[in-house]
Write a protein that binds this ligand. Structure first.
Ligand code: SF4
Ligand code: SF4
Length: 157
């Protein structure tokens, strides 16, 4: 299988997101609009949550989490491990387990089962287009495996 194909294990929606996936300003409107969807409304209600609280949390710039810690899971992860806002999910989710920190620095979340293979591929300068567009391929790129959760927590402290 192509290593760039997600295995849909759902791990990232309940591991790296223990701090809540960040939502960019341009993504926020679409995600807030999705709260009008009847399936999403029902999902929120079934989790004993209020739409108004979910909306408020999204407005802080992070998707809300549910469940007991550890690990919590993203509110938009369905019972069958699927993303309920797949088409409009935040960039950080789209490119997981990769995060381009700067044009010369990439980190990979070691919790993703594909992390090791992806790291190997990147170290061999095999970049998919969405990564190539964000880096400076003429300079040497630092590629590092990290736990996104630990990193995000230390950033917040
Ligand atoms: S942890 Fe990796 S393989 Fe699993 S769903 Fe997330 S991105 Fe896909
Ligand atoms: S938005 Fe979707 S892909 Fe991202 S963490 Fe939530 S359920 Fe997972």
């Amino acid at each position: 299988m192509n290593i760039w194909t997600c295995l849909k294990c759902g791990k990232c929606c309940s591991s790296f997101v223990r701090t809540g996936p960040e939502v960019l300003l341009i993504e926020k409107k679409f995600i807030l609009d999705s709260l009008h969807d009847s399936k999403i409304k029902a999902h929120i209600k079934n989790n004993h949550l209020k739409l108004v609280d979910i909306r408020r949390q999204i407005n802080t710039g992070y998707l809300p989490l549910i469940g007991n810690e550890p690990p919590k899971k993203c509110i938009f992860r369905s019972k069958s491990n699927l993303c309920m806002i797949h088409k409009i999910k935040p960039e950080i989710c789209k490119i997981f387990p990769v995060e381009v920190i700067s044009p010369t620095s990439i980190i990979i979340d070691s919790e993703c089962p594909r992390a090791e293979k992806i790291m190997k591929e990147l170290k061999n300068h095999k970049y998919p287009r969405y990564i190539r567009d964000k880096i400076n391929t003429k300079k040497s790129i630092t590629i590092e495996g990290v736990h996104f959760f630990d990193r995000k927590m230390s950033e917040r402290n």
